[in-house]
Write a protein that binds this ligand. Structure first.
Ligand SMILES: C[S@@+](CC[C@H](N)C(=O)[O-])C[C@H]1O[C@@H](n2cnc3c(N)ncnc32)[C@H](O)[C@@H]1O
Length: 497
């Protein structure tokens, strides 16, 4: 008999976690279906609605492919498929969790879902993390009037717990940043408090780590064991996150796992393996951009780097080859698809969609000429030495005119993603300027495009991010990698089965 699990996704962002869950169990007798997503951001909600709509079809509608393949705007789905679109609107609620009346409204929905699915529900989600993240904490500590205990974001996880308590799902998955492990409020560690609350919600939960086995004596795993490294699970990105899985006590009786839920670590996947098939593009100039002006600016920067005694010989050589190159990239946008080369099998089966003839959202940003020089130096250095240079290793003429330069705070201000390793964490910061996300190819001299960032986050190639480009980047950086989410979903599904 088919047992369908209804997924409730809180703080759903663009739906990375949800995407993984909705793909799990598709070919088995226990599919997972997103029942409700709650998110407050306009553009993330648009992305979620579009995806919810598309998932309602056994195969995505032809109008979707036609629009994407021809580069035209997406049609008005409400007009084309009013009933299905309405359903997607009901599934994705734009609400601010924690605001007055929101819980009460959702509670009605949760009770209905629990009944309709005979308790076979799963709660997923990642309460916002700015207040816990190490970067956020250092930013907050610089604010004169910042009082940690008054930052409501510290307590938003309680909305998650409140809903957990009400829904009493068969299982839950909660994701957060690593900083949650060390964050403190009122003198105590927030993480142990979160675990206490999760464990005690509803009829009680057994908390399981994903990449370690839980202690045999039934005690709670140490906090550190809830940390998971996405790069160990086939994701081409070093992304370390706290992920707690909870199984409702009555379902976890006698549960004993010999292996970690996610199995043993897999081989690392490099940036090159994940994005090496994506067409070459040039960056732009933030002012007066033309192909000629950009190529001239690039050659000028290459020439200055090639001539500098302060630059290592290996880097000078790469710069010289660019200065003298007969051909330089000329396009800033490309939708042409190429055959993946060297991509590991699991991703070859994950990214592509045969209906899609075009590559989506692969368009470069513009930079000032000085940044072209810094990008060129950084990517050439990374190619020569297999690691991105620190700011102190940049020659004087490429040092940014930055007041705080000497504080050491900006040692990694420009960071190339090294080709033969997993990338560093793709964060929402990528929406700001891309300096941390420089493409490994010095010839292209640019930051990663939305599609490349989406690949590193393992979003399938047919995943469309709504809103202006900065908002697309923001969504990509916020998400749980769907391929990781899919593995989590599969392991939870098998446990519950
Ligand atoms: C880290 S992201 C979640 C990513 C998501 N789990 C995924 O895999 O794509 C957190 C999201 O919570 C949303 N958010 C923050 N505060 C919220 C609130 N009070 N109510 C609803 N959504 C909120 C943010 O807009 C952001 O999209």
């Amino acid at each position: 008999m088919t047992k369908e699990f209804a997924i409730i996704d809180l703080f759903a962002g663009p739906g990375g976690l949800g995407e993984g869950f909705s793909r799990a169990g598709r070919d088995a007798d226990t599919p997972m279906k997103i029942h409700l997503s709650v998110e407050m951001d306009d553009h993330a909600v648009q992305t979620l609605r579009l995806r919810a709509f598309l998932r309602s079809f056994r195969e995505f509608p032809i109008e979707y492919y036609n629009a994407l393949n021809s580069g035209s705007a997406l049609p008005d789905w409400a007009e084309l498929y009013p009933t299905i679109w309405k359903h997607a609107e009901r599934e994705v609620r734009q609400r601010v969790l924690g605001e007055k009346g929101v819980f009460e409204e959702l509670a009605v929905e949760l009770d209905r879902a629990r009944e309709a699915y005979s308790g076979n529900t799963i709660l997923i989600g990642g309460p916002p993390c700015q207040a816990y993240s190490l970067a956020g904490r250092s930013r907050n500590s610089g604010k004169a009037n910042y009082v940690l205990e008054e930052d409501h974001r510290h307590y938003l996880y309680r909305e998650y717990v409140r809903i957990l308590h009400r829904l009493r799902p068969a299982a839950f998955v909660m994701e957060n940043v690593k900083g949650m492990l060390s964050s403190k409020v009122d003198g105590g560690g927030i993480f142990s408090r979160v675990l206490d609350d999760l464990e005690a919600a509803g009829d009680g939960y057994v908390l399981l780590p994903l990449s370690k086995t839980a202690p045999e004596d039934g005690t709670r795993a140490p906090a550190q064991d809830f940390l998971i490294s996405a790069e160990d699970h086939g994701v081409p990105q070093a992304r370390h996150r706290v992920i707690v899985v909870g199984i409702r006590k009555d379902m976890a009786e006698g549960l004993h796992l010999e292996e970690p839920l996610l199995g043993q670590p897999q081989a690392l996947v490099s940036v090159e393996q994940a994005i090496g098939d994506i067409p070459i593009l040039r960056s732009g100039l933030s002012k007066g951009d033309t192909v000629e002006a950009w190529q001239k600016a690039l050659r000028n920067q290459a020439s200055a780097i090639a001539a500098s005694e302060a630059v290592p010989a290996e880097v000078r050589e790469i710069a010289r080859s660019i200065e003298k190159a007969n051909e330089l990239p000329f396009q800033r946008v490309s939708s042409s698809k190429q055959r993946p080369n060297g991509m590991p099998r699991h991703l070859r089966g994950w990214f592509p969609d045969d209906g899609l003839k075009a590559l989506l959202q692969h368009e470069t940003r513009g930079h000032i000429p000085g940044d072209l020089g810094r990008y060129l130096f950084s990517s050439a250095f990374s190619r020569a030495f297999g690691k991105a240079p620190k700011l102190v290793e940049f020659p004087e003429f490429l040092q940014p005119m930055h007041r705080n330069r000497s504080t050491g705070k900006f040692a990694d201000r420009f960071r190339t993603q090294v080709a033969d390793r997993p990338s560093t964490t793709v964060t929402s910061h990528i929406s700001k300027d891309g300096h941390y996300f420089i493409h490994p190819d010095p010839l292209q001299c640019r930051s990663l495009t939305v599609r490349e960032a989406a690949r590193l986050q393992t979003f399938p190639d047919n995943y469309f991010f709504c809103g202006p480009r900065t908002k697309q980047y923001h969504q990509v950086g916020n998400a749980v990698p769907p391929y990781l989410a899919w593995q989590i979903a599969e392991s939870v599904r098998k446990l519950l089965d």
